[in-house]
Design a protein around this ligand. Structure first.
Ligand SMILES: Cc1cc2nc3c(=O)[nH]c(=O)nc-3n(C[C@H](O)[C@H](O)[C@H](O)COP(=O)(O)O)c2cc1C
Length: 346
């Protein structure tokens, strides 16, 4: 992504301009349309789908095709596909483009056994010829920007990442996201940001750094340490969509606002409503039994709330439980006030 001249935060991936350098990482099972809409509303410039099977798309699996569901409100949207067959990847990419996605991303980083043994995901980093065939076929199949998301490769040298980055650039790929952990590493240890710098120094297309962002200052540090063009944020955004608004505030030199309870509960309610619309009441409630708990981490009585939502079976029940918890917290604040006042008065 190249910073544009008038707004230093604006960045470009091929023909797509992002308002700022923050990007939501693809997270399997999490970054569906409802989640992406929550994230979008906190200022994230580019949201990404979870990885979608190219075979599933091409063979019209209804569950897979549903993952292409989008709305103009979340745009620009990047859709990630995975697979290992160049012709199928090209057909799947064309389907993604027809669905209205703004960017097509290819998964070169998934190190889960089930994926790697099919030759997809991180396996492509050690089969550069196959990787090149896929990139050429996909590039030919679509007009929208094509990006790839890679790891460091299969060993610490990161040579495979350097090689794939060069191949990608020569095939007309528009940007590369780098999660600098090796495939065998999974999510253990720390992300080696020096690999992001090394890739940035080797290619002329935009580089999006990724890995271990947990607070707004980390994004600022990654941008300045590695000179990457954008920063992709993953796990910390789960239950904490405000990482994007807070990061943006820091990038703009504005004060970072704490998230108050009211905002937290409004987002939880929105998440339920969107999820019910997206997948229907029963499946949405099943999901919310664990997901609502993400948003209350660290709040007083959160374990009681988590316990209470374990069996929710309707939207109205979920909303009632949220309301009850909200009131409990509000009462707690009111009870605390005289005590604090008293302490202060002494
Ligand atoms: C639950 C989960 C699901 C993930 N799914 C995907 C995926 O579908 N595609 C992908 O490229 N990376 C996936 N990743 C990797 C993330 O996109 C990201 O690279 C990684 O979490 C490191 O960034 P973070 O430290 O900000 O979380 C996943 C990670 C997690 C924890």
């Amino acid at each position: 992504m190249k910073a544009t001249s008038h707004n230093p935060l604006k960045v470009k991936i091929g023909s797509v301009t992002l308002e700022n350098p923050t990007v939501l990482a693809p997270l399997a099972g999490i970054t569906n349309l409802p989640f992406r809409l929550l994230i979008k509303s906190t200022g994230c410039a580019l949201v990404c789908s979870e990885m979608i099977s190219s075979n599933g798309l091409v063979y019209n699996s209804p569950k897979t095709v549903q993952l292409l569901c989008s709305t103009p409100r979340e745009k620009p949207l990047s859709v990630q596909i995975f697979g290992s067959d160049p012709a199928i990847m090209a057909d799947a990419a064309a389907m993604v483009e027809s669905s209205g996605a703004d960017i097509l991303d290819i998964n070169f980083g998934c190190s889960v056994k089930k994926i790697v043994k099919t030759g997809a995901g991180a396996a492509l980093m050690r089969t550069p010829e196959k990787a090149e065939s896929i990139l050429k076929a996909v590039r030919k199949a679509v007009k929208i920007p094509v990006t790839i998301k890679i790891r460091s490769g299969w060993d610490k040298s990161a040579d495979q990442a350097f090689n794939i980055a060069k191949i990608a650039e020569s095939c007309g790929v528009d940007a590369i996201s780098v999660h600098p952990r090796t495939a065998p590493q999974g999510f253990r240890g720390t992300a080696d940001w020096s690999v992001i710098t090394a890739i940035k120094n080797r290619i002329n297309i935009p580089v999006i750094g990724n890995g271990d962002i947990v607070k707004p200052g980390d994004t600022v540090a990654m941008l300045s340490d590695t000179r990457c063009d954008g920063v992709m944020i993953g796990r910390i955004a789960i239950g904490n969509p405000w990482i994007f608004s807070q990061t943006l505030a820091m990038l703009q030199g504005q004060p970072i606002l704490e998230v108050d309870h009211a905002t937290r509960f409004t987002v939880m309610v929105r998440y339920i409503r969107l999820s019910v619309q997206y997948s229907g009441e029963k499946p949405a409630c099943y999901l919310m039994r664990s997901r609502l708990g993400w948003f209350v981490k660290g709040l007083p009585h959160s374990s009681g709330f988590r316990e209470s939502i374990k069996h929710i079976s309707s939207e109205s029940e979920a909303l009632e439980l949220i309301d009850a918890y909200k009131h409990k917290l509000t009462r707690q604040v009111h009870q605390d006030v005289p005590k604090r006042f008293f302490d202060h008065a002494i």
